[in-house]
Design a protein. Structure first.
Length: 364
């Protein structure tokens, strides 16, 4: 086979461009598209040598001779920038004569620009995630510090106890709302999602017989249900298509991550938020995650948020889907009653659907 045919076959399979040089390091042949990495005028100059066209090979004279002498298999120089493109450069043995002595060498260029850009984006994602995690950690520290300060004041100012407790609760709610907003900025979804879920959860909690204080705690903690998503990379979180099995396994980690962020607090609202983050993806039949809890072993808060979250997510556009019609959403709730969802809560939700639609319409 002629050397040109060999190189063309190699290029088609591996997407390489190439230059062929003789023992005197003069260029004798090259692929058409190699000019993307080299000076076309120099390439076509008679008796052009490889060093003038590929100056990156300067200083490697000894290694090049070793390839000719077959004491070295190849030379590789990774991630060279050529004309705004990143390439991996390698020198390998080429054509041999009748006695199997090497007559030519091949200088191969592999375009790795996409790989470099992907790695750069990956590094940026990791940096963004670390910054968000740091911000959440600082908010938690501020809250704990503030609460300790408030508690000391309460001990000294007994008569102001009621006012200060209300101030503590108000501060907790502000911090939770802020942290929930931080979580929402990691995805492309509207911030109204957490507000609607909070209102749905409050109403369903009351319909289920929870007292006003417990329902109010759930309402205030619910914006934190997806806070663990700050630990999920953007390429998965905002993927405009169905996730692969491996990507979904990574996405599922957000429930555990959210719980780990919140479980250390001694404050009631943050304890409620930790429960919500941990259990809102558990399913009534035990097939949910992260722990596979079943039935009433799932906290009532998690069972309520599960319905409110799915109802709102299906009813609005997401990066990977369009909003479902109400009829289809209700059919799904009925079909998943006793499987995904608490059957009693589903019946309560559907029986009072007009009340929940009224909440939904407030955000249009």
């Amino acid at each position: 086979m002629h050397i040109q045919e060999v190189f063309n076959a190699m290029y088609q399979k591996h997407h390489y461009e190439y230059i062929v040089i003789d023992k005197d390091l003069h260029i004798i042949e090259f692929s058409d598209k190699v000019i993307a990495y080299c000076d076309a005028k120099l390439l076509r100059t008679e008796d052009a040598d490889i060093y003038s066209v590929v100056p990156e090979l300067y200083g490697l004279e000894k290694e090049i001779q070793e390839v000719y002498m077959e004491s070295r298999k190849f030379i590789e120089i990774p991630f060279i920038k050529k004309n705004d493109l990143y390439v991996t450069l390698s020198v390998q043995a080429g054509r041999t004569n009748g006695s199997d002595t090497i007559e030519t060498l091949i200088v191969l260029f592999e375009n790795v620009t996409k790989d470099v850009e992907m790695e750069r984006r990956s590094v940026q994602d990791r940096n963004d995630k670390e910054l968000l995690m740091l911000e959440i950690s600082e908010k938690n520290k501020e809250l704990e510090k503030y609460n300790l300060h408030m508690q000391k004041l309460v001990k000294k100012e007994v008569l102001k106890n009621d006012l200060l407790n209300k101030e503590i609760i108000h501060t907790q709610r502000e911090v939770i709302a802020t942290m929930g907003a931080i979580g929402e900025t990691r995805s492309k979804e509207t911030g109204d999602h957490v507000l609607r879920v909070a209102e749905y959860s409050y109403m369903l909690a009351l319909k289920a017989g929870l007292n006003v204080n417990d329902a109010d705690d759930l309402k205030m903690a619910s914006p934190m249900h997806d806070i663990g998503k700050v630990g999920i990379q953007d390429s998965i979180l905002n993927k405009p298509a169905r996730l692969t099995e491996d990507e979904f396994e990574i996405m599922k980690k957000h429930a555990q991550l959210g719980y780990e962020m919140l479980k250390g607090s001694s404050q009631r609202l943050l304890q409620t938020a930790a429960t919500v983050a941990y259990e809102h993806h558990e399913k009534w039949d035990g097939t949910g995650y992260p722990r596979g809890l079943k039935g009433n072993d799932i906290h009532i808060y998690g069972r309520i948020i599960a319905i409110a979250d799915v109802f709102d997510a299906l009813g609005h556009d997401r990066v990977y889907k369009k909003a479902w019609p109400l009829e289809d959403i209700l059919l799904l709730l009925k079909r998943e009653k006793g499987k995904h969802f608490d059957p009693i809560l589903v019946d309560l939700f559907i029986a009072n659907i007009d009340d929940f639609l009224e909440i939904k319409n407030k955000f249009i």
